[in-house]
Design a protein around this ligand. Sequence first.
Ligand code: THU
Length: 162
Amino acid sequence: MKKIDITISVQEYDKTEELNPEDRSLLERAKNAIGSAYAPYSAYRVGAAVLLENGEIITGNNQENVAYPSGLCAERVALFYAASQFPDVPVKAIAITAKANGFVIETPVTPCGSCRQVMAETENRFKNKMKLVMMGEKGKVQVIDGVENILPLMFHAEKLKK
Ligand code: THU
């Protein structure tokens, strides 16, 4: 037996002013997208903004359902819409943020496992790593280059090949 340690890389910024203009405005678009979230069950409203390599920005927000699993996270709403409108354009970055009822989200909103898997598919499909820019309602901003950092040991399409 040998033990393997896997390290991930996260950049942390104390405030949005420290971000480069592109990341900062993408995060602002994600924040604005919160306004159209439909989250009557969790009261946790999430906004996501996807920057494509052609400069287009597609936003999304969580869309819940009384049959809970039928709802969808903000990240996948944005990523699937982006892919449906621009099927040939790689994703450069995604920004994620949220607002809750009754408490202030003070730590970055990090995507759920299913959204990470969809991000992995997107990266693999276009052979293009994406940047993740994540923030709560206030507090620090975390930036990650490439889904590998939040989905170590991911399942690769190559593994399907005989
Ligand atoms: N949610 C997102 O939209 N994105 C995340 O990264 C975390 C969770 C949504 C799903 C559900 O509508 C609500 O937030 C509470 O889990």
